[in-house]
Ligand binder design. Structure first.
Ligand SMILES: NC(=O)c1ccc[n+]([C@@H]2O[C@H](COP(=O)([O-])OP(=O)(O)OC[C@H]3O[C@@H](n4cnc5c(N)ncnc54)[C@H](OP(=O)(O)O)[C@@H]3O)[C@@H](O)[C@H]2O)c1
Length: 292
């Protein structure tokens, strides 16, 4: 393993780049905004200025890919992105989502009615202060609404120029294949990390078809960061943190992998982003794959 970064500027760049939908370049190691709102992803952040500082620092250290959703807060994470980063640098790409509604802290209910998805797209355009959403992800396929109607509405929004690329979240290979009959699917966002590889068939499908794969919970919500956790011994051996090894493993796992670790701490952000500069050897990668 070698660490190629020696400064805090442009830390993320060493993770390499990926073109979402073939034409929208992002630095592969991104940032997820779900940790910024209040407890249970509900309401304003405890530390408003601290949340803005994390977002601005992310840009300073070379992060270009930001994941958010209308439902984070709700509205709070998108508002923070705009307050911190608007007008956006040319290389900043914001991926938002619609399709989950909120009834309180920690409560999420899918709603895929096409009129509702369109409303949320319009509101995200307004909140983010953009004329087109870079990547609009269906947060969940609502089992009570025909999938083709949900994907079809996203396709209409794309045809109207309101959305550049379409993504899906928490889907099976079969669901991606069905959706691709209706629209071009640029990304899939599923739960995936070193400790939970249930989505491996979807990742392999995405790799084979050049669809961006955005693993959520890349640190298993902090479990993989613990200094007495499953990565601790290997991390000590390599003078890295457990979180950094978990992220370096993801980056090596597939060229379409776009990890979006979340944090409300500038220190954790810098440390996580520095994982871009950690290159695991094939043997180290295999050892981690076996160990966890
Ligand atoms: N599509 C979906 O359904 C879905 C679902 C969940 C999440 N997401 C997206 O995926 C992103 C990532 O998921 P996530 O934020 O829930 O989980 P995560 O990135 O796996 O872990 C975040 C947790 O780890 C802690 N952490 C982060 N860096 C750390 C470090 N270096 N050392 C110690 N602890 C650290 C954070 O606490 P601190 O704040 O204290 O650092 C936080 O509790 C979200 O932000 C969101 O954008 C999508």
């Amino acid at each position: 393993m070698t660490t190629t970064q020696d400064s805090t500027t442009n830390l993320a760049a060493a993770s390499g780049s990926y073109r979402i939908g073939g034409d929208l370049p992002v630095v592969r190691l991104g940032y997820g905004t779900m940790q910024l709102p209040g407890e249970g992803v509900w309401g304003p952040p405890k530390d408003h200025d601290g949340a803005l500082a994390v977002l601005r620092r992310a840009v300073e250290i070379g992060v270009t890919f930001f994941d958010t959703a209308d439902s984070y807060g709700p509205e709070v994470a998108e508002d923070l992105l705009r307050e911190a980063l608007h007008p956006y640098a040319d290389d900043v790409v914001i991926a938002t989502k619609a399709g989950l509604t909120r009834q309180g802290p920690g409560v999420w209910t899918p709603v895929g009615n096409p009129a509702y998805l369109r409303q949320q797209c319009e509101l995200s355009l307004r909140r983010l202060g953009v004329e087109q959403i870079d990547l609009f992800q269906l947060h969940r396929i609502d089992a009570n609404v025909a999938a083709e109607d949900q994907i079809g509405e996203l396709k209409k929004l794309q045809d109207e120029g309101k959305v550049r690329h379409i993504g899906l979240s928490e889907v099976s290979v079969e669901q991606v294949e069905e959706a691709r009959k209706i629209a071009t699917i640029a990304t899939v966002q599923n739960l995936f990390n070193l400790a939970n590889r249930t989505a491996e068939p979807v990742l392999d499908y995405c790799t084979a078809n050049d669809i961006g794969f955005i693993p959520w919970f890349p640190l298993a919500t902090g479990e993989l960061s613990q200094h007495d956790g499953p990565l601790a011994a290997a991390a000590r051996q390599h003078d890295a943190t457990p979180s950094q090894l978990a992220l370096a493993w993801l980056l090596k796992r597939s060229p379409v992998m776009l990890p979006i670790p979340g944090t409300k701490s500038v220190d954790h952000l810098e440390s996580n982003t520095a994982a871009a500069g950690i290159e695991l050897t094939d043997d180290e990668f295999e050892a981690l794959t076996e160990a966890v």
